[in-house]
Write a protein that binds this ligand. Structure first.
Ligand code: SF4
Length: 357
Protein backbone atom coordinates (compact mmCIF):
# COMPACT_ATOMS: atom_id res chain seq x y z
CA UNK A 1 0.00 0.00 0.00
CA UNK A 2 1.41 3.43 -0.80
CA UNK A 3 1.60 6.17 1.82
CA UNK A 4 -1.48 8.09 0.64
CA UNK A 5 -3.60 4.96 0.83
CA UNK A 6 -2.23 4.21 4.30
CA UNK A 7 -2.98 7.77 5.42
CA UNK A 8 -6.55 7.38 4.15
CA UNK A 9 -6.89 4.14 6.08
CA UNK A 10 -5.44 5.73 9.23
CA UNK A 11 -7.80 8.69 8.93
CA UNK A 12 -10.86 6.51 8.35
CA UNK A 13 -9.95 4.31 11.29
CA UNK A 14 -9.27 7.30 13.58
CA UNK A 15 -12.57 8.93 12.68
CA UNK A 16 -14.47 5.72 13.39
CA UNK A 17 -12.63 4.84 16.61
CA UNK A 18 -10.70 1.86 15.23
CA UNK A 19 -7.20 1.01 16.35
CA UNK A 20 -4.52 1.24 13.66
CA UNK A 21 -2.14 -1.65 13.12
CA UNK A 22 1.51 -1.39 14.22
CA UNK A 23 2.57 -1.28 10.58
CA UNK A 24 0.16 1.53 9.74
CA UNK A 25 1.36 3.62 12.67
CA UNK A 26 4.97 2.84 11.81
CA UNK A 27 4.50 3.95 8.21
CA UNK A 28 3.80 7.49 9.49
CA UNK A 29 7.17 7.58 11.27
CA UNK A 30 8.91 6.01 8.27
CA UNK A 31 7.53 8.48 5.74
CA UNK A 32 9.92 10.91 4.07
CA UNK A 33 10.25 14.65 4.54
CA UNK A 34 8.73 15.22 1.10
CA UNK A 35 5.54 13.53 2.32
CA UNK A 36 5.34 15.61 5.49
CA UNK A 37 2.48 17.86 4.46
CA UNK A 38 0.38 14.88 3.36
CA UNK A 39 0.92 13.37 6.81
CA UNK A 40 0.05 16.62 8.59
CA UNK A 41 -3.05 17.18 6.42
CA UNK A 42 -4.37 13.67 7.09
CA UNK A 43 -3.83 13.89 10.85
CA UNK A 44 -5.34 17.39 10.90
CA UNK A 45 -8.64 15.93 9.64
CA UNK A 46 -8.69 13.82 12.78
CA UNK A 47 -7.67 16.66 15.09
CA UNK A 48 -10.34 18.94 13.54
CA UNK A 49 -13.09 16.35 14.00
CA UNK A 50 -12.54 16.07 17.74
CA UNK A 51 -11.19 19.50 18.70
CA UNK A 52 -11.97 21.83 15.78
CA UNK A 53 -9.29 24.56 15.79
CA UNK A 54 -9.20 25.05 19.54
CA UNK A 55 -5.96 25.06 21.52
CA UNK A 56 -6.04 24.47 25.24
CA UNK A 57 -3.36 26.19 27.32
CA UNK A 58 -1.86 24.51 30.38
CA UNK A 59 0.34 26.17 32.96
CA UNK A 60 3.03 24.35 34.92
CA UNK A 61 4.05 25.12 38.48
CA UNK A 62 7.00 23.17 39.83
CA UNK A 63 6.08 22.85 43.51
CA UNK A 64 9.42 21.28 44.48
CA UNK A 65 12.43 21.32 42.19
CA UNK A 66 15.48 19.08 41.89
CA UNK A 67 17.24 16.75 44.38
CA UNK A 68 15.19 13.71 43.36
CA UNK A 69 16.63 10.35 44.48
CA UNK A 70 15.36 8.59 41.34
CA UNK A 71 17.73 8.28 38.38
CA UNK A 72 15.64 8.99 35.24
CA UNK A 73 18.41 9.53 32.68
CA UNK A 74 16.59 12.35 30.89
CA UNK A 75 15.81 14.39 33.97
CA UNK A 76 17.55 17.56 35.11
CA UNK A 77 16.08 17.12 38.59
CA UNK A 78 17.79 13.85 39.52
CA UNK A 79 20.11 14.12 42.51
CA UNK A 80 23.27 13.71 40.45
CA UNK A 81 22.20 16.18 37.77
CA UNK A 82 24.88 18.73 37.00
CA UNK A 83 22.43 21.04 35.21
CA UNK A 84 22.28 24.55 36.63
CA UNK A 85 18.61 24.33 37.54
CA UNK A 86 16.70 25.93 40.39
CA UNK A 87 16.58 23.65 43.42
CA UNK A 88 14.03 24.33 46.14
CA UNK A 89 11.69 22.53 48.49
CA UNK A 90 7.88 22.80 48.66
CA UNK A 91 6.49 26.21 47.75
CA UNK A 92 3.88 27.69 50.09
CA UNK A 93 0.21 27.47 49.06
CA UNK A 94 -0.10 31.26 48.72
CA UNK A 95 2.96 31.42 46.40
CA UNK A 96 1.53 28.68 44.21
CA UNK A 97 -1.85 30.39 44.08
CA UNK A 98 -0.14 33.59 42.89
CA UNK A 99 1.77 31.75 40.17
CA UNK A 100 -1.38 29.93 39.08
CA UNK A 101 -3.21 33.26 38.90
CA UNK A 102 -0.59 34.59 36.48
CA UNK A 103 -0.90 31.52 34.26
CA UNK A 104 -4.68 31.66 34.27
CA UNK A 105 -4.73 35.34 33.40
CA UNK A 106 -2.36 34.46 30.54
CA UNK A 107 -5.04 32.14 29.16
CA UNK A 108 -4.37 28.77 30.84
CA UNK A 109 -7.40 26.61 31.53
CA UNK A 110 -5.48 23.87 33.33
CA UNK A 111 -2.87 24.28 36.05
CA UNK A 112 -0.43 21.39 36.41
CA UNK A 113 1.09 21.06 39.88
CA UNK A 114 4.30 19.09 39.66
CA UNK A 115 6.78 17.97 42.31
CA UNK A 116 10.10 16.22 41.89
CA UNK A 117 10.56 12.93 43.71
CA UNK A 118 9.70 9.23 43.52
CA UNK A 119 6.27 9.85 44.95
CA UNK A 120 4.48 11.84 47.65
CA UNK A 121 4.28 11.03 51.35
CA UNK A 122 0.90 11.37 53.01
CA UNK A 123 2.11 14.71 54.43
CA UNK A 124 2.93 15.82 50.88
CA UNK A 125 -0.58 14.91 49.79
CA UNK A 126 -1.96 17.15 52.60
CA UNK A 127 0.26 19.96 51.37
CA UNK A 128 -0.83 19.59 47.76
CA UNK A 129 -4.46 19.24 48.82
CA UNK A 130 -4.22 22.69 50.44
CA UNK A 131 -2.77 24.12 47.23
CA UNK A 132 -5.51 22.53 45.13
CA UNK A 133 -8.23 23.88 47.42
CA UNK A 134 -6.74 27.39 47.26
CA UNK A 135 -6.66 27.36 43.44
CA UNK A 136 -10.11 25.84 43.09
CA UNK A 137 -11.62 28.37 45.52
CA UNK A 138 -10.34 31.22 43.36
CA UNK A 139 -10.85 29.62 39.91
CA UNK A 140 -13.57 26.96 40.13
CA UNK A 141 -13.72 26.38 36.38
CA UNK A 142 -9.98 25.88 35.92
CA UNK A 143 -8.80 22.27 35.88
CA UNK A 144 -6.10 21.24 38.32
CA UNK A 145 -3.81 18.34 37.45
CA UNK A 146 -1.33 16.90 39.94
CA UNK A 147 1.92 15.22 38.93
CA UNK A 148 3.69 13.96 42.02
CA UNK A 149 5.25 10.68 40.92
CA UNK A 150 4.26 7.16 41.92
CA UNK A 151 1.09 7.04 44.02
CA UNK A 152 0.51 4.68 46.95
CA UNK A 153 -2.87 3.13 47.65
CA UNK A 154 -5.43 5.75 48.70
CA UNK A 155 -3.43 8.83 47.67
CA UNK A 156 -5.26 9.34 44.37
CA UNK A 157 -8.61 9.33 46.17
CA UNK A 158 -7.34 11.98 48.58
CA UNK A 159 -6.24 14.20 45.71
CA UNK A 160 -9.62 13.75 44.06
CA UNK A 161 -11.38 14.62 47.32
CA UNK A 162 -9.29 17.79 47.55
CA UNK A 163 -10.62 18.88 44.15
CA UNK A 164 -7.94 17.67 41.71
CA UNK A 165 -9.40 16.97 38.28
CA UNK A 166 -6.54 15.03 36.73
CA UNK A 167 -3.30 13.19 37.43
CA UNK A 168 -0.29 13.07 35.14
CA UNK A 169 2.19 10.23 35.04
CA UNK A 170 3.92 9.56 31.74
CA UNK A 171 4.82 6.13 30.38
CA UNK A 172 7.68 7.93 28.61
CA UNK A 173 8.89 5.08 26.41
CA UNK A 174 8.18 1.47 25.44
CA UNK A 175 8.07 -1.01 28.31
CA UNK A 176 10.79 -3.25 26.90
CA UNK A 177 13.36 -0.45 27.03
CA UNK A 178 12.36 1.24 30.26
CA UNK A 179 15.50 0.00 32.04
CA UNK A 180 17.54 1.94 29.44
CA UNK A 181 16.20 5.24 30.80
CA UNK A 182 15.67 4.54 34.51
CA UNK A 183 16.80 1.89 36.98
CA UNK A 184 15.05 3.03 40.18
CA UNK A 185 11.48 2.26 39.15
CA UNK A 186 9.81 0.28 36.39
CA UNK A 187 7.42 0.76 33.53
CA UNK A 188 4.90 -1.39 35.41
CA UNK A 189 5.14 0.95 38.42
CA UNK A 190 4.18 3.76 36.09
CA UNK A 191 1.27 1.90 34.54
CA UNK A 192 -0.05 1.07 38.01
CA UNK A 193 -0.01 4.73 39.04
CA UNK A 194 -1.98 5.75 35.94
CA UNK A 195 -4.52 3.04 36.78
CA UNK A 196 -4.74 4.14 40.42
CA UNK A 197 -5.49 7.70 39.32
CA UNK A 198 -8.10 6.44 36.89
CA UNK A 199 -9.80 4.23 39.49
CA UNK A 200 -10.03 7.20 41.87
CA UNK A 201 -11.94 9.22 39.27
CA UNK A 202 -9.05 11.47 38.24
CA UNK A 203 -8.76 12.19 34.54
CA UNK A 204 -5.68 10.25 33.45
CA UNK A 205 -2.93 12.15 31.67
CA UNK A 206 -0.03 10.06 30.39
CA UNK A 207 2.36 10.57 27.54
CA UNK A 208 5.78 10.10 26.09
CA UNK A 209 9.23 11.58 25.74
CA UNK A 210 10.66 11.20 22.24
CA UNK A 211 14.34 11.51 21.47
CA UNK A 212 15.65 9.17 24.19
CA UNK A 213 17.50 7.06 21.62
CA UNK A 214 14.47 4.87 20.94
CA UNK A 215 13.56 3.17 17.64
CA UNK A 216 10.45 4.11 15.69
CA UNK A 217 8.97 0.76 16.76
CA UNK A 218 9.35 1.80 20.41
CA UNK A 219 7.40 5.01 19.81
CA UNK A 220 4.59 3.04 18.17
CA UNK A 221 4.67 0.53 21.03
CA UNK A 222 4.26 3.17 23.73
CA UNK A 223 1.56 5.01 21.75
CA UNK A 224 -0.44 1.77 21.42
CA UNK A 225 0.08 1.04 25.13
CA UNK A 226 -1.25 4.51 25.93
CA UNK A 227 -4.30 3.91 23.75
CA UNK A 228 -5.03 0.77 25.77
CA UNK A 229 -4.77 2.78 29.02
CA UNK A 230 -7.33 5.29 27.68
CA UNK A 231 -5.80 8.52 28.99
CA UNK A 232 -7.84 11.68 28.43
CA UNK A 233 -4.67 13.61 27.62
CA UNK A 234 -1.37 12.56 26.08
CA UNK A 235 1.57 14.94 26.47
CA UNK A 236 4.24 14.51 23.80
CA UNK A 237 7.61 15.72 25.07
CA UNK A 238 10.72 16.01 22.94
CA UNK A 239 13.85 15.39 24.99
CA UNK A 240 15.49 18.55 26.28
CA UNK A 241 19.08 17.28 26.50
CA UNK A 242 20.30 19.03 29.62
CA UNK A 243 24.04 19.14 29.99
CA UNK A 244 24.91 17.32 33.21
CA UNK A 245 22.42 14.48 32.62
CA UNK A 246 23.19 11.09 31.04
CA UNK A 247 21.21 12.02 27.91
CA UNK A 248 22.77 15.46 27.62
CA UNK A 249 24.25 14.66 24.20
CA UNK A 250 21.13 13.15 22.61
CA UNK A 251 20.22 15.63 19.90
CA UNK A 252 18.66 13.24 17.42
CA UNK A 253 15.28 14.70 16.55
CA UNK A 254 14.48 16.80 13.51
CA UNK A 255 11.51 19.18 13.29
CA UNK A 256 10.02 16.93 10.60
CA UNK A 257 10.33 13.82 12.73
CA UNK A 258 8.73 15.61 15.69
CA UNK A 259 5.75 16.36 13.46
CA UNK A 260 5.56 12.74 12.29
CA UNK A 261 5.58 11.61 15.94
CA UNK A 262 2.72 13.97 16.78
CA UNK A 263 0.77 12.77 13.75
CA UNK A 264 1.31 9.13 14.69
CA UNK A 265 0.09 9.81 18.24
CA UNK A 266 -2.97 11.61 16.83
CA UNK A 267 -3.85 8.60 14.66
CA UNK A 268 -3.36 6.15 17.53
CA UNK A 269 -5.16 8.26 20.18
CA UNK A 270 -7.52 10.25 17.94
CA UNK A 271 -9.87 11.74 20.53
CA UNK A 272 -7.30 12.26 23.31
CA UNK A 273 -6.07 15.74 24.14
CA UNK A 274 -2.65 15.53 22.48
CA UNK A 275 -0.46 18.04 24.26
CA UNK A 276 2.62 19.52 22.67
CA UNK A 277 4.92 19.58 25.69
CA UNK A 278 8.56 20.10 26.67
CA UNK A 279 11.12 20.63 23.93
CA UNK A 280 8.76 22.03 21.32
CA UNK A 281 10.69 25.25 20.83
CA UNK A 282 14.16 23.76 20.53
CA UNK A 283 13.19 20.80 18.36
CA UNK A 284 10.43 22.16 16.12
CA UNK A 285 11.99 25.58 15.64
CA UNK A 286 10.15 27.56 13.00
CA UNK A 287 7.90 24.56 12.23
CA UNK A 288 6.18 24.93 15.63
CA UNK A 289 2.91 26.31 14.19
CA UNK A 290 2.50 23.18 12.03
CA UNK A 291 2.31 21.16 15.24
CA UNK A 292 -0.95 22.93 16.08
CA UNK A 293 -2.55 20.99 13.21
CA UNK A 294 -1.80 17.82 15.18
CA UNK A 295 -1.80 18.69 18.89
CA UNK A 296 -4.76 20.53 20.43
CA UNK A 297 -3.06 21.57 23.63
CA UNK A 298 0.22 23.22 24.65
CA UNK A 299 1.94 24.51 27.76
CA UNK A 300 1.95 28.27 28.17
CA UNK A 301 5.32 29.78 29.04
CA UNK A 302 8.01 27.90 30.94
CA UNK A 303 8.59 24.22 31.71
CA UNK A 304 9.72 22.66 34.97
CA UNK A 305 13.38 23.60 34.80
CA UNK A 306 13.84 25.15 31.35
CA UNK A 307 12.47 28.32 29.88
CA UNK A 308 9.82 28.20 27.17
CA UNK A 309 9.14 30.93 24.69
CA UNK A 310 7.41 33.99 26.12
CA UNK A 311 3.74 33.39 26.96
CA UNK A 312 2.65 36.17 24.60
CA UNK A 313 4.57 34.51 21.77
CA UNK A 314 2.57 31.34 22.33
CA UNK A 315 -0.63 33.35 21.97
CA UNK A 316 0.72 35.11 18.89
CA UNK A 317 1.71 31.84 17.27
CA UNK A 318 -1.74 30.36 17.87
CA UNK A 319 -3.52 33.42 16.51
CA UNK A 320 -1.28 33.72 13.46
CA UNK A 321 -1.77 30.06 12.59
CA UNK A 322 -5.55 30.62 12.62
CA UNK A 323 -6.32 28.67 15.78
CA UNK A 324 -8.22 29.87 18.84
CA UNK A 325 -7.36 29.59 22.51
CA UNK A 326 -9.98 27.77 24.55
CA UNK A 327 -11.67 30.33 26.76
CA UNK A 328 -10.12 33.40 25.10
CA UNK A 329 -12.01 35.38 22.51
CA UNK A 330 -9.21 37.29 20.81
CA UNK A 331 -5.46 37.51 21.14
CA UNK A 332 -3.20 40.48 20.62
CA UNK A 333 -0.12 39.10 18.86
CA UNK A 334 3.31 39.98 20.34
CA UNK A 335 6.46 40.12 18.25
CA UNK A 336 9.54 38.14 19.37
CA UNK A 337 11.44 35.19 17.91
CA UNK A 338 11.77 31.84 19.74
CA UNK A 339 14.92 30.55 21.48
CA UNK A 340 17.35 28.28 19.64
CA UNK A 341 18.97 26.48 22.57
CA UNK A 342 18.13 25.18 26.01
CA UNK A 343 17.52 28.05 28.36
CA UNK A 344 17.16 27.25 32.03
CA UNK A 345 14.22 28.64 33.92
CA UNK A 346 15.36 31.21 36.45
CA UNK A 347 12.06 32.99 36.98
CA UNK A 348 8.65 32.13 38.42
CA UNK A 349 8.36 29.33 41.01
CA UNK A 350 11.27 29.28 43.45
CA UNK A 351 12.42 32.84 42.64
CA UNK A 352 11.21 36.37 43.39
CA UNK A 353 10.74 37.05 39.69
CA UNK A 354 7.34 36.95 37.99
CA UNK A 355 6.55 33.81 35.95
CA UNK A 356 6.54 33.69 32.16
CA UNK A 357 2.80 33.79 31.55
S1 SF4 B 1 11.16 10.66 39.35
FE1 SF4 B 1 10.61 12.56 38.31
S2 SF4 B 1 11.86 14.20 39.25
FE2 SF4 B 1 12.75 12.21 39.83
S3 SF4 B 1 14.41 11.85 38.35
FE3 SF4 B 1 12.54 10.80 37.59
S4 SF4 B 1 11.51 12.31 36.27
FE4 SF4 B 1 13.03 13.42 37.51
Amino acid sequence: MDLLETLNTLTTKALSGQKPTREEALSVLRSGDDDLLDVVAAAFRVRRRYFAKRVKLNFLVNLKSGLCPEDCFYCSQRLSSGADILRYTWLKAAEVAGLARAGISGGARRVCLVASGRGPTDRDIDRVADVISAIKAEHPSVEVCACLGLLSEGQAARLRAAGADAYNHNLNTAGQRYADICTTHTYDDRVETVRRAQRAGLSPCSGIIAGLGERDEDLVEVALALRDLKPDSVPVNFLIPFEGTPLGGEWNLTPQHCLRILAMVRFVCPDAEVRLAGGREIHLGSLQPLALYLANSIFLGDYLTSAGQEGHQDLKMIAEAGFTVEGLEAVEPGALAGPEQVRLRHRGAGTDLPPNA
